[in-house]
Design a protein. Structure first.
Length: 53
């Protein structure tokens, strides 16, 4: 069974879920994201070094 991490009321987490950028599970009225999904999202969006804009 996959363990789930509760995002709580973090607005940015809700934005990621609502935009479909991170998968979630609804249990009652609460949203949960698996640790694996969270780690995958972080890995895909982690950048190193300096990037001038």
């Amino acid at each position: 069974m996959t363990s789930f991490e509760n995002f709580g009321a973090a607005p940015s987490a809700y934005e990621l879920i609502n935009r479909g950028e991170i998968a979630h599970v609804m249990i009652g009225s609460r949203r949960y994201v698996s640790r694996e999904q969270l780690n995958d999202f972080i890995s895909a969006n982690t950048h190193t070094g300096y990037h001038a804009h």
